[in-house]
Ligand binder design. Structure first.
Ligand code: BGC
Length: 756
């Protein structure tokens, strides 16, 4: 029997040095609240405790040595909010803490089926008092504003005083700028100001307000103690924190249970009576229904998720655990209200400031689209809701028409202060457009296309006409952009960007034609709203058809962009111990050489596979593999998928191995700052698009399955056009089965089959 926990992640002995990392790995979330896996009791093991609310941020001014037109004036970042987790325990006046005393037994576990975090410690104080400490923590999927902590203390060898102090702490700060461009913010610690801190009706309350984004947060706690011992209880408070204190005359072997209900609700502008009553209602209901009710609901929600989502891998437990860990964290991180999204680090840490990137569309959305399409719909709706900000951003950049989506954002405003590897990544427009079409294709949600999708496609397409030009030969060129590879910046005709732009332009034209023919009233409404002429729409198709894509006839290779092959190759030997390169070299030194941070051309060959023939893909793969560092966690999954497509099965498995356990094994050495959500979904893609060879082309599902040598079999489910299809790949064959919905025609290894 393997010792790997297939449905969870376990820490069997307390590892002090891994505390910051484990704060991330044991983080809980429900897409609205996210909280790091820090201990309840005050501990100093070098971690960064944090609780976050998706979409809750404050602004900070961006300062530049030299500021040019169109540089954003300010950025915003996800805030660390009121700490509701903290509970301290004093055993005969000695504070329970793993920093001292003796740990006799310890186990901490996050359970992917139950959606809870548990810890069990037998601890002996310095004076010799022994207790059993057990805790459970849940961030509710059923009631998104609710988090519950449950602790149980059992005195094992003494009668005496036990004091339990349950806090709400409003004095919280974000991590300030560290020497890593990926972590930390220009915050000063006064971004979330406590307006009111009070005790009311046996509840603690903290109301806070952001310094400049005009967002408010109300946080309540209610504690319920159950014990047969005698106790008294009272509250203490200061300007920024409230605590509920219980003094217990504990008796040996008698348990003390405390359930703590914590409610978070964010709001815009002012707190009104209705909202306040709503929040009180949530905490009162929780107090009445009790923990076990929410624990049961949590399980039901997660059971549904796994029904659609689970991948069963027979023969490779480490991978089995890794992929479930990833899928579970993706669920915990994703905003499901169309006003929030999924950040690069989910809700597990402050890396990348809680920003949403193209990671959503190109990496994460496919995972939800083919497992939980309702969530995918919320993610595309989010982009629609941002369209006005994107139009505004296009104007700020002096474009007359169209929309430019922000490279990184929470609320729709561009947060990127570094344009070469940020703002210049205009491919974000093409990525969003690509995904809008994939969403409609996989769900048949034509209503979305008519009401929202066409508008996104047309507004993003307009921008390509603004920034690109027809040269004297009539070719459409796009200059001065950065493609996905952030080690090559500000180039002309990046192949990925140009092809995604062509796809965007073509699909905008197609959407306009669809509306014109089938939905003339909506078409009229749309062209009036965005003030577009038919000639402009025709021009989309011309630009798409004339899109220039550089090609090196001599080498028979695609250069990543016009000048890529003119650059010298990077010295990989010299930089062997200097990864990621971005932490060791000035960006210009990197930009000047042929070196890639991540898949760029290879990603284009995956997403727009029909454009390239197989031989071409093999040549390009061979070339780009040698010059790619994979310093970005978004890279190896794409190399794995393409290796599978090209029959390079050992490579496919190796790259997949780098991706599937990136966080659980801390392979990038920075998981303490948060999980890598794009990579997590990328690992899912590596199985589904990679090993199983799934593609969706012209509205049809295709598979070309391969079973890695390391596995006996694997099984997964995909949602497609209102069906759930189960795919089971064994050594001898592949079986397809409809679990829900009508039969469907699909392709397996180019052969058309009917799945029933
Ligand atoms: C990658 C980007 C990505 C960002 C956030 C960077 O390291 O190069 O492609 O969007 O991380 O995950």
């Amino acid at each position: 029997m393997s010792s790997i926990n297939l449905w969870g992640y376990t820490e069997k002995n307390f590892q002090k040095e891994k505390y910051p990392l484990n704060e991330t790995l044991f983080a809980l979330g429900n897409g609205y609240i996210g909280t790091r896996g820090s201990f309840e009791e005050k501990s100093d093991f070098g971690g960064h405790d944090g609780t976050f609310i998706n979409g809750f941020y404050d602004y900070y001014d961006l300062s530049y040595g030299e500021k040019y037109n169109g540089y954003p004036d300010r950025s915003h970042a996800m805030l660390n909010v009121t700490n509701g987790k903290k509970i301290d325990i004093y055993i005969n006046n000695e504070r329970f803490s793993l920093e001292k005393g003796t740990i006799k037994d310890y186990v901490r576990e996050i359970d992917f089926k139950k959606g809870i975090l548990t810890r069990r410690v037998t601890w002996i104080s310095e004076k010799g008092d022994e207790i059993l400490y057990e805790s459970e923590r849940l961030v509710s999927f059923y009631e998104k504003h609710l988090m519950i902590s449950k602790i149980r203390i059992t005195p094992l060898n003494f009668d005496g005083d036990i004091r339990v102090v349950s806090y709400l702490e409003g004095d919280v700060k974000n991590i300030t700028k560290e020497n890593d461009p990926r972590i930390g913010v220009e915050f000063h610690g006064d971004e979330l100001k406590v307006l009111e801190c009070k005790i009311d009706n046996n509840r603690g309350e903290i109301i806070s307000k952001t310094k400049s984004s005009n967002l408010g947060l109300i946080c309540l706690m209610a504690n319920n103690i159950k014990c047969d011992d005698q106790y008294d209880s009272f509250y203490e408070q200061n300007d920024k924190s409230v605590s509920h204190v219980f003094n217990i005359k504990a008796e040996k072997n008698k348990v003390i249970d405390l359930e703590k209900y914590i409610v978070y609700k964010s709001y815009k502008n002012e707190l009104n009576d209705n909202l306040y009553s709503e929040v009180i209602g949530i905490v009162e209901e929780a107090f009445t229904k009790k923990y076990d009710f929410y624990k049961q609901k949590q399980k039901e929600f997660i059971d549904d998720f796994w029904f659609n989502t689970d991948i069963l891998i027979d023969g490779d437990d480490a991978t089995q655990q890794g992929i479930r860990f990833n899928m579970f964290h993706l669920l915990q991180s994703v905003g499901r209200d169309s006003l929030t999204n999924i950040s690069a680090k989910g809700l597990t840490g402050e890396g990348y400031e809680g920003h949403y990137f193209w990671d959503t569309e190109i990496y994460i959305l496919p995972f939800f689209l083919y497992t939980n399409p309702d969530i995918a719909k919320q993610l595309v709706n989010y982009r629609y809701n941002l369209l006005d900000s994107a139009r505004k951003r296009a104007k700020e950049m002096q474009y007359k028409k169209g929309a430019l989506y922000p490279w990184r954002t929470i609320n729709g405003e561009e947060c990127s202060a570094y344009f070469p590897a940020g703002t210049a990544q205009y491919h974000i427009n093409g990525d969003i457009a690509y995904t809008v079409c994939k969403y409609v294709e996989a769900t048949n949600d034509e209503e979305f296309m008519v009401e929202k999708g066409a508008e996104i496609l047309i507004e993003t397409a307009r921008l390509w006409l603004e920034i690109g030009h027809f040269n004297s030969k009539g070719e459409f060129h796009i200059c001065c952009v950065t493609g996905p590879d952030e080690y090559t910046a500000i180039v002309n005709n990046n192949v990925y960007t140009n092809l995604m732009a062509a796809n965007n332009l073509h699909n905008a034209y197609k959407a306009a034609m669809l509306l014109q023919k089938k939905y003339p009233a909506q078409y009229k409404k749309l062209i009036d709203k965005i003030n577009i002429e038919e000639s402009e729409i025709d021009n989309f198709e011309v630009a798409a058809n004339e899109m220039y894509v550089p090609y090196d006839e001599h080498r028979k290779l695609y250069p990543q962009d016009d000048s890529f092959f003119d650059k010298p190759k990077w010295d990989f030997i010299d930089s062997e111990d200097k990864h990621p390169l971005l932490m060791h070299y000035h960006p210009l030194n990197i930009y000047r050489a042929q070196v890639c941070k991540q898949a760029d051309l290879i990603l284009a060959e995956f997403l727009l596979g029909g454009y390239f023939d197989r031989e071409q893909k093999i040549r390009d793969y061979d070339y780009y593999e040698k010059i790619t560092t994979h310093d970005s966690s978004l890279s190896t999954c794409i190399f794995s998928i393409m290796a599978n497509e090209l029959g390079l099965y050992d490579k496919a498995y190796d790259y997949f191995g780098d991706s599937v356990r990136t966080d659980i094994d801390n392979l990038h050495n920075n998981t303490s700052a948060g999980i890598h959500t794009a990579n997590m979904a990328g690992a899912w893609m590596s199985i589904i698009y990679g090993f199983a060879g799934m593609r969706v082309e012209d509205g049809a599902l295709r598979f070309s399955p391969h079973l890695p040598n390391q596995w006996n079999s694997y099984r997964f489910r995909v949602s497609f056009q209102r069906r759930i299809i189960e795919v089971c790949v064994t050594k001898n064959n592949t079986e397809f089965k409809i679990l829900h919905g009508e039969p469907i025609m699909i392709y397996n290894e180019e052969k058309s089959i009917k799945v029933v």
